[in-house]
Design a protein around this ligand. Sequence first.
Ligand SMILES: *[C@@H]1O[C@H](CO)[C@@H](O)[C@H](O)[C@H]1NC(C)=O
Length: 457
Amino acid sequence: MPRVNRTFVLSLLIVSGSLFLLFQLYYYRKYVSKPGPQILSRTGHLTASDVQWQTVKTFLALAQHFRLPVFLVDTAALMLLSQDALRQRDWQGGGLHCRFLCTSRPVTSFALHANLWKYEPGFLLAAEEKGFELLELKGEDPRLASLDTLSGEEIPLHFLFRLHGYIIQVVFLYERSGNYLWHGALRLKSNMDRSFAPFKLLDYGHHAGAYDRPDLVLTVLDGLDVRVPRNISRFLSEQRHARFLECRYHDARNFLQLYPDDMSPAAVDFRRNAKSLLHLAAQTLAHLNIPFWLSSGTCLGWFRQCSVISYSHDVDVGIFIIDFRSDIIAAFRDAGLSLKHKFGKVEDSLELSFLSEDIKLDIFFFYEDGDIVWNGGTQAKSGRKFKYVFPRFSLCWTEFLELKVRIPCETLDYVMANYGTSWSVPVRAWDWKSSPSNVQENGVWPPSEWADLVQVY
Ligand SMILES: *[C@@H]1O[C@H](CO)[C@@H](O)[C@H](O)[C@H]1NC(C)=O
């Protein structure tokens, strides 16, 4: 009878399901929730991962005791954790007890919000008592640097704790005025022990870095309470592109002594409006998830004088064409800007200009082509095309007008491509079709396509 069969099969399923659940529970209690590795392996020797786990455990206990809310920023460990979220790793074999923190690298890195660090001799003493050796790396406080003052004050940038050949790196993160977190580069002074740590293997410190404030969660990793970024894949991708360049305040000061800023009301007004336009552009593009960088005159202003060039009349940004989105025009309109012109097309020489009051925001789209990168220009009245060629570059963060913003890391090459070797001398009479060092004639748009490709509003 089919009805009886169905009931029977259902009951069988429920019973076997429950049994399997019980088995899983048992397995979980017995093998998984055990706090950390057994300290001695079967042969009675400490394995490398036992030592690493112990080192991290000792450090975390100290940090907790002294209320230092460090969080895990170790790229290898976070990678294991993010892969684990996608698929359970193989639980067999050596990785059973220390699956995330034992990375087979001799370094584990943590970060600490520097405002939570009070210079605490007790902490360092207690670390010493536990057997840690400490290398403390300091550097100048960039938050005090500006055009008016150059910083002299030293602040802690990195702590390296060493125990049993393992290094715990603590990266100090400082709040900067563009509402982001910054850490300094790790530079060894000549009297320091160059063999203290495998410095080349460190995730942090080869360069300064800039980060958005990460959302953190407290979790249990390998039996230890650890704070980690909530969105690990976002943090890891931020980490890969975190390199930060400070503005060259010293050179900017020298420049401004030679060529003092125009303090006329019109110039002061322009600089203020350019700042709010740049903030608006950054906000709009951030919503669209489109990376951009300072280009042309705005980039030169940052590089040369850490400020806006008063007579430049516009704000220039660059965007890689692969990051183009068709809703960009609507987004800027919603932000209160009006489209002034649209030249070219996605396949060739695209350029957008928006107006905010009387300042222009120029968005140049950049095309990658072998070992060069170029952007296009169009002369509205003639349909003539131009091409501006740059050597390839990567993107770094900087702070400009209280904004965390990208610039080409190879800024000097970029500026020199555009402005030649005399970039450091102000030029007021600038013709975008002939003045740039890197401009090339690039033909004419066919008149039949002008309606589409040469739009002026
Ligand atoms: C994590 O960040 C990525 C990239 O920013 C995003 O695409 C993803 O939706 C985020 N995941 C969660 C769970 O918020």
